[in-house]
Every structure is written in structure tokens, then in C-alpha cells.
Design a protein around this ligand. Sequence first.
Ligand SMILES: Nc1nc2c(c(=O)[nH]1)N[C@H]1C(S)=C(S)[C@@H](COP(=O)(O)OP(=O)(O)OC[C@H]3O[C@@H](n4cnc5c(=O)[nH]c(N)nc54)[C@H](O)[C@@H]3O)O[C@H]1N2
Ligand SMILES: Nc1nc2c(c(=O)[nH]1)N[C@H]1C(S)=C(S)[C@@H](COP(=O)(O)OP(=O)(O)OC[C@H]3O[C@@H](n4cnc5c(=O)[nH]c(N)nc54)[C@H](O)[C@@H]3O)O[C@H]1N2
Ligand code: SF4
Ligand SMILES: [Mo]
Length: 665
Amino acid sequence: MTTRTVHGACPHDCPDTCAMQVTVENERVIKVQGRADHPNTHGALCTKVSRYPERTYHPERLLHPLKRISKKTEAPQFVRVSWAEALADIAARLKAISDPQCIQPYSYAGTMGLIQGEAMAGRLWNALGAARLDRTICASAGGAALAMTYGHKLGMHTRHFAGAKLIVIWGSNSITSNLHFWTYANQAKREGAKLICIDPRKTETADKCHQHIAVLPGTDGALALGVMRELIVNDWLDHDYIARHVDGWDELRGKALDWPPERVAEVCGISADEVRGLARDYGTTTPAAIRMNYGLQRVRGGGNAVRLIAMLPCLTGAWRHPSGGLLLSASGWFAPYKNPALERPDLLAGRMPRMVNMSTIGDALLQADPPIQALFVYNSNPVAVAPESPKVVKGFQREDLFTVVLEHFMTDTADLADYVLPATTQLEHLDVHTSYGHTDVLMNQPAVQPLGEAKPNTQIFRELAAALGLTDPCFRETDEELVAQAFTPDIDLDLLRTQGWQPLPIPEAPFADGGFRTASGRANAAGADFVPNYECALTDPALAARYPLAMISPPARNFLNSSFVNVKSLRDIEGEPLIEMHATDAAARGLADGALVAAFNDRGRYVARLKVSPRARPGVVNGLGVWWRKLGVQGTNVNEVTHQRLTDMGEAPAFYDCLVEVQAA
Ligand SMILES: Nc1nc2c(c(=O)[nH]1)N[C@H]1C(S)=C(S)[C@@H](COP(=O)(O)OP(=O)(O)OC[C@H]3O[C@@H](n4cnc5c(=O)[nH]c(N)nc54)[C@H](O)[C@@H]3O)O[C@H]1N2
Ligand SMILES: Nc1nc2c(c(=O)[nH]1)N[C@H]1C(S)=C(S)[C@@H](COP(=O)(O)OP(=O)(O)OC[C@H]3O[C@@H](n4cnc5c(=O)[nH]c(N)nc54)[C@H](O)[C@@H]3O)O[C@H]1N2
Ligand code: SF4
Ligand SMILES: [Mo]
């Protein structure tokens, strides 16, 4: 028996980007653990990724190319084909498309690796002049807001939350989706810090905080303005910091004064004392730190909400302390170390193909002019995760659409493909990673050979480029050669190979003396304001009368977006698709706990089990997790009811800006 351990990195779309230790016995991975010596991982992975061997050696893993033989509207049927046949046919289909802009890539963060992400794929699309993809589905409202406010997606060190005296966890279920931050928050709590959670749902994180403020979805901007007003009238402001490091304060100050606690309370569905108390805690505690996550920006006004909240540490001067400030994303810290030429934008040779927004793929597939003729999906499961799935499904069912899906499993999206190509997992390929929750670069070494006939994404795109007759030498570069081009020379690849990670040199208190990355170097408050939801009583009372319940659909703890839904041991923990509802709302509808119910609106109908639960506040229902439609009830998931309207900034989806009614199914 031979046993060895290999250094890995978790590839998932999660702020923690853990360093993994992979144990291989007789060329089979038997264990995946968190590395004890990596500071942010501190020896532990989450439950779902601890099950990586179960996912990788799953009996339903895709191990060879498949070609569709049924109609798109019929039950999916595929036959096994060789790689040579699949690639030759796919290349022929692509060559027959005269306008390359009608070829549409669709990818997201199934792996966050720089190499298995866009390194080789981007080269192919650039060389072909294929349509570009605006990758907005998750973070672009908040990202645009941070860029406008601080100049980039920048924030405090996650480890310094341990030293805070007040932590406001705002729009984040950290125990579910940012577990390693929670370790630091817990440490602060043990040392006497107060923890406040702001979330419509009473999450497992809210349970562990000292206070939970259950705002209505999409009202955080109003709350932030209300906190500002209290900071002003009680003079809890750092006038020196504002004068030296903030632009646009006079304008914002004027707006904030219009938000007395009673007005905020009414809009947010909370009490005026909750507003006053939050402002008092925030204005009078040092150091005070805010951990936002992307939950609160999945609403129409999400960008403005992030802008307003991001101003708070500038107004109190919280940035002066390493354990004060704010973190939504740290990904901007990596920007100076990344090589922008990795995906070879020069291959576009001056062309500027059309850009399609991934968040409105339903409409794009049905309405784009000229129509999308070929669709290439990798690292994503849009049929499950994109908003308003009835339209997404209809778009994917077009018989004249040629769809290729690179996957590990027969997802809802793969079910609608013409070709399904088997891809390797993180245990089988090389990659390098940055993070959006900490500031270390990581390397992932392949632990075992690819399973079956699976190939890394890079290899699939290499072979497709060859089948298309593309001769640029960049299409022959190996993954090792791609890694060598991923970063500037400041990243020490030898250190990544031996240790597995390298921290970036970020100052302990990065904005203690200003130095934001905006053009002026100052934080920018100009123009930020409260923007209400599309779907709420404030903006559309007629709609709110027909569909009186706001529905949010935050992550389920044991899934990662739609990944892991097919891993039985994890699905067994989640049980079945659930809609959480407050007892008063259930009683008003005569609905009993455990009933099969449908949440519906003009767009669609999502069927799930009702859980009458104090985790839901009155007026808001929680549809947890992005289930695979085919593993849900009656082939539905929560995106049956979400809409495709975009946020105020960043053109992102407003998943949590959604009105429904619920009745027995
Ligand atoms: N286990 C697990 N971990 C994950 C994921 C997962 O699916 N499962 N997803 C990963 C991904 S893709 C991302 S982007 C990250 C972050 O993912 P996020 O989507 O930010 O997820 P959460 O941190 O769970 O935060 C969402 C929280 O925001 C709350 N919320 C919803 N609407 C509002 C609102 O209007 N205002 C406020 N204040 N709160 C609101 C929700 O109830 C929920 O508790 O997490 C990653 N980590
Ligand atoms: N209603 C609602 N919808 C949501 C959300 C929500 O909170 N509510 N969250 C949104 C958010 S934050 C996000 S980020 C998106 C996420 O949406 P996606 O990025 O689509 O994420 P996943 O659902 O995890 O699907 C990723 C797929 O990539 C595949 N994959 C993983 N690694 C590889 C690889 O190396 N090669 C190939 N070829 N495939 C691979 C996995 O098997 C998986 O099927 O969903 C969004 N959708
Ligand atoms: S999903 Fe997040 S917490 Fe889990 S192992 Fe990956 S990086 Fe760590
Ligand atoms: Mo995300």
C-alpha cells in the first residue's frame, strides 16, 4: 500500500478559499482535510468539502463524452461517443456559424481557479471573436459599489475581526457561507465583543449573535442612512478622518438627516429603538468592524446599500484600527499581482464582440438578435441558478440552439445539452487561486489521474482549438505553462509549490490614513441613496396586494449554490426543499407545518415543504438553497419565481427582491 499527501486548495465559490491536505492511498483519494498550518483554514474544512471524495467518486460522475439523441423537450437521452467524434462534430458545428458573436460562452465560479476558469477558454473565445459574457450573477452590484466608494474591492484582514469590540454581521450567514470568518468572530465574542446580525432571516449565525435585527429585504440602505443620522445628531463622527479622507460628505449628510429613526423603522420593518441602539453601539465602540456578505446586494438597490454601509467606517474613523473597518470582498488586493494577458485579450485583434449578461440568459436565449446559435457552458449550472428559470429552460429547449456542457455530473443544464463533456475535479487537475475573503494566493496540485476519460477544462479547450484549426502556439501551452503566466513575478511559484500558499503584503490597517484606491485617494460618498425594491409595497402596492410575501432564497448550509445537491449524504442533511414561514403568516393562510405548498407569482410556481419557523419574520418567506430542479419537488426550484430585472449598479440579478403568495400545493 502506498500513501501520500498532496497540497490542494478548495476550488469553490466561497470567501474562505481553504488550503486542503489530500490523502491518496493506492492512487485513490481517501481523505480531504483542512491544513492546520494555513492561518485562515486552521485545520478545518466545511462539512460539504470534507465529502469531496464522495463527490469525486460518485457513481454518477460523468466519465466519457455523451451525445444527445432525444428532442430537447423530451426526457433526456444520450449515447456515449469518443472524444474524437465529439470534438470533430462540435468543431464542424461551430465552423458553420458565420457570425462568431452568435457563439456564447457561459461560465462562472464552479471552480474559482485561474487556470481551469478562463485561462484557456478565454483564449479560444478571444481568437474566435465569440460573444463576451458579463459575469454578474453573484457579486457585481456590491463590487461596483465598492469600486465607486473605495476604488476597488478592498477590505480589512479577516483575521483582525478577532480583535474587534463590535462586529456587525450584515447580510451574511457566516456560519453557513463564511465559516472561517466565524472562527475569528467567535474569538472576539469570547473576549467580550458584541455581535449584531442584520438579516431578514433568523439564521444560525443570528442565533449566536447578541442581537438580531430582522430588516425587511432590500431596506439596508435606509437603515444605513438612519445610523448616519444618529451619528450626526449625537456627534459620533470622526471629523478629522472625514475632512481628510471623504469626498461628498456634505451631500450625503443632507440626505441622512432626512432619516429619523421612526421613518427608518417603518421602511425596514423594525423598531426605532433598534435603529438608535445600532447607531449607539456603532458610534461609541472602538474598534468596530462590519462583515458584509453578498446577501444584501441581491436586491434592486443593492449597490447603493453597499455604498451607504461602506461609508460608515469612514464616518467614525473605524479604519484607523486594524480591527476596525469593513470587509465585503478582498479580491481587489490581488489585482496588481494578476497577469491581464493570461487570457490573451490581444487575440481579439481590435474586435469588440457583443456582451451578453449572464443574469438575463433566459431573455438572451429567447430574444437576442442575431440569435445565440451555440452555447458553451462550463463551471456553472444556469438552468438551476439563473433567475426566472421558466424562461431559461425555454431558451435551452430551443431545437436550433447547439449546446455543449462541460461538467462533472448530469445537472439540470447538462440534461439540455447536445454534447456533455466530462471534466476533471480539483483532485485531478492543477490550478492556482486567489481569494475574496483573505489575501493569500494558493496552489492546487493534482492528487490523482483524471477519472475515466475526464479531461481538465483547459485540455478540452486546447483540443477544441486544434479541431478548429487554430494554430497560435498559446493553444499548446500546458497547465504548468499557464500557471507560470498567471501572476506577476512577485508571486513566488516555488513557494506555492512547496508551501501551497503565499500571503500578499497588505498593511495591517490598510486605510488608517486614507489612501483609498479612488482617483482622489478619498472615499467617495457622492450620489449614494436608498433605492427600494422593485417588488415591495413602497414601489408597487398593487403587486404587493396580490403577492404579499417577500421571498428570499439564501444558501442552504450543505450545498454550495447548486453544487453538492446530488451528494446523497449532504442532501440527506438538508432533507427536502423547504419554505420557512412565520406562524402568523401560516395561520392567516390556514397552512400547517409540513404541508406541501407552492410559492407562486406571475412568473412561476415553486413547490416545497412548509416549515413554520421563527427563522422567518412576518411578511418574509425563506426558500433555502438552489436545489437541482430534477431533485426538487415536481421538477421546480426557487428560481421559478425570481425575476430578471437588474440591480441599480453592476447589472446583477435581484434574487431577493421577489414577491410571492403561498398556498397548499
Ligand atoms: N454553505 C454555503 N456556503 C456558501 C454558498 C452556499 O451556497 N452555501 N455560496 C457561496 C457564494 S456563491 C457566495 S456569493 C458567498 C456569499 O453568499 P451570500 O449569498 O451572501 O450568502 P450568505 O452569507 O449566506 O448571506 C446571505 C444572507 O443575507 C440575508 N439576506 C437576504 N436578503 C437580505 C437583505 O435584503 N438584507 C440583509 N441585511 N440580509 C439579507 C440572507 O437571509 C442570508 O442569511 O457564500 C458562499 N458560501
Ligand atoms: N435564487 C437564488 N439563485 C442564486 C443564488 C441565490 O442565493 N438565490 N445565488 C447566486 C450566486 S451567489 C451564484 S455565485 C450563482 C452560482 O451559480 P454557479 O456558478 O452555476 O454555481 P454552481 O451551482 O455551484 O454550479 C457550478 C457547476 O460547475 C461545475 N464545476 C465545478 N468545477 C468544475 C470544473 O472544474 N470544470 C467544469 N467543467 N465544471 C465544474 C459543478 O459541477 C457545478 O455543476 O448562483 C446564483 N443563484
Ligand atoms: S467551501 Fe469554503 S469553507 Fe468549505 S472548504 Fe471550501 S473554502 Fe473552505
Ligand atoms: Mo456567489
